[in-house]
Design a protein around this ligand. Structure first.
Ligand SMILES: Cc1cn([C@H]2C[C@H](O)[C@@H](COP(=O)(O)O)O2)c(=O)[nH]c1=O
Length: 210
């Protein structure tokens, strides 16, 4: 299981599409999914309700939001394990590390380390969510990500910004936490990719299959 992480507007979706095409060109069987899920599962619905401010002040609770994201992942865990068994590469757009990075970025710096470990204990130890094999972090300057997110908002009708996307300071701090998680090889190894340049997805596909 390969997890793609990055700020809102880092280009994860385009990158995942290109990487998937490169994997298919090599005959690999792939499966892709994204968290939070956007289907009619009740857990996914609750996350979406919270993200768009429809659950009152639950959205203000860092731990409350993390529990919702974690429940969404727990509900998908059996399907994920089955997908891993049946495919060469399962590409996941956002996973436990998003929970750690976005949550820690909303807390005071002194509480961030403890929160990151609480996320691991909740999701991996208590919920039994599968540990990924590796992370690919699409690193871009916060302004680049913000410009891309704004562009997407203009060009994709009906796609409103969620509560996090409108907060540039939060995105900046999230980027810093991602860098720390990558440096610490949190949960699994991390590869940091420069998301502001064209990434060599062919070479990456070779490496993932190698
Ligand atoms: C999966 C996940 C996403 N998020 C945030 C990142 C995004 O700002 C927002 C929605 O994700 P998305 O834009 O990738 O669909 O939710 C978390 O805070 N924790 C999580 O566990």
């Amino acid at each position: 299981m390969v997890v793609v992480e990055g700020l809102d507007g880092a280009g994860k979706r385009t990158f995942a599409d290109r990487l998937t095409a490169a994997l298919h060109a090599r005959g690999a069987r792939t499966h892709g999914l994204a968290f939070p899920r956007y289907d009619d599962d009740v857990h996914a619905e609750l996350v979406r309700d919270a993200l768009y401010g429809r659950l009152g002040d639950l959205t203000d609770s860092v731990h409350g939001m993390e529990v919702l994201y974690a429940l969404d992942r727990r509900a998908a865990a059996d399907g994920l394990r089955a997908a891993v068994a049946e495919h060469d590469v399962v590409l996941v757009d956002r996973y436990v590390a998003s929970g750690a990075a976005y949550g820690a970025a909303r807390l005071h710096q002194d509480a961030a380390g403890e929160f990151v470990e609480w996320v691991r204990a909740l999701e991996i130890d208590r919920f039994g969510i599968p540990v990924p094999d590796q992370h690919l972090l699409l690193a871009v300057p916060q302004q680049v990500a913000a410009d891309r997110a704004a562009h997407r908002e203009r060009t994709e009708p009906g796609r409103d910004r969620d509560v996090y996307e409108s907060d540039g300071g939060l995105q900046e701090r999230t980027g810093a936490v991602y860098a720390q998680l990558a440096a610490a090889s949190w949960l699994a190894p991390w590869t940091v990719l420069d998301g502001s340049t064209e990434i060599d997805t062919a070479a990456l596909a070779d490496r993932l299959l190698g």
